[in-house]
Design a protein around this ligand. Structure first.
Ligand SMILES: *[C@@H]1O[C@H](CO)[C@@H](O)[C@H](O)[C@H]1NC(C)=O
Ligand SMILES: *[C@@H]1O[C@H](CO)[C@@H](O)[C@H](O)[C@H]1NC(C)=O
Length: 252
């Protein structure tokens, strides 16, 4: 099923002749867009457009650029066929295309297409240990909450003789701002992670800190048996010695 969807997508892209490149950029970090295609003969101009409607900038063959009035001061042209959008904000997200118009062909020919998503940094997270249940000596349950400002996940970790596992496996959730919040176990560390495509925050804690090693029941049974056997042996040996001593004294 998904293979057909992917094939369908590929066909669409091929039919248009260009590849749509997804770009994720952190809010405020300058965004460079460029194309490598060779320009055809008789170029009248090359446009960079947003959502195929707003012309961000028009490059004329003379080398002059006409920048849209809303973008004055926000564009730079570091090299040929490229444009840098300074200090992008979430509202600048959209489809950016480079199109060429020539004397001979009618209509525009696309040179490059980027699907730009500007994302803010994600908020910090906090891993809270709500409760530790350790009533039996061999197991220990850790109830935790992985929390960020608009979302949280609860999860339980069970440690038996220091080997921990997460009940129900790794847990994750998509927050209202489209980022991903996850809580999972890596070796004996519980990790609470908040991330989008361009930024992440983390908070973690080690299970050993809350579930220190106890002598397990197997160990204590073994210990008890050793003690009983040793005491028994001592009593037997003492008895034998006493009997011999008494015997020895009688015969003197
Ligand atoms: C482009 O279109 C998308 C989806 O329609 C919209 O969310 C976005 O704000 C538009 N971008 C600009 C810069 O107008
Ligand atoms: C987790 O443990 C494995 C094997 O004990 C080790 O190879 C790996 O580096 C550890 N990972 C981290 C992130 O500590």
């Amino acid at each position: 099923m998904s293979l057909f969807v992917i094939l369908g997508l590929l066909v669409c892209i091929q039919a248009q002749g260009i590849i749509v490149t997804p770009v994720f950029v952190l809010k405020g970090r300058d965004l460079l867009l460029k194309f490598d295609a060779d320009l055809p003969e008789g170029v009248l101009f090359v446009d960079w457009k947003i959502n195929k409607t707003v012309t961000l900038v028009r490059f004329l063959p003379s080398g002059k650029q006409n920048v849209h009035k809303d973008f004055t001061g926000r564009l730079e042209f570091p090299e040929k066929n490229s444009v840098t959008l300074k200090n992008p904000q979430e509202a600048d997200s959209g489809v950016y295309t480079a199109e060429v118009v020539t004397e001979t062909t009618t209509g525009d020919k696309q040179l490059a297409e980027y699907k730009v998503t500007v994302q803010g940094p994600v908020s910090p997270v906090e891993l809270i240990v709500d409760r530790v249940d350790s009533n039996s000596s061999e197991s220990c349950d850790l109830h935790v909450t992985c929390r960020t400002h608009n979302s949280h996940i609860n999860s339980t970790f069970r440690c038996v003789n220091r080997v921990c596992s997460q009940e129900g496996g790794e847990r994750s959730e998509v927050t209202t701002s489209g980022a991903s919040l996850q809580v999972y176990l890596l070796n004996s560390t519980i990790i609470c992670n908040h991330s989008n495509q361009v930024h992440w925050t983390q908070n973690f804690n080690t299970t050993e800190h809350f579930c220190p090693e106890h002598p397990g029941p197997v160990l204590s049974a073994l210990l008890l048996r050793t003690v009983v056997v040793s005491v028994g042996l001592i009593i037997m040996v003492s008895a034998v010695i006493t009997v011999h001593l008494v015997d020895f004294k009688k015969h003197q």
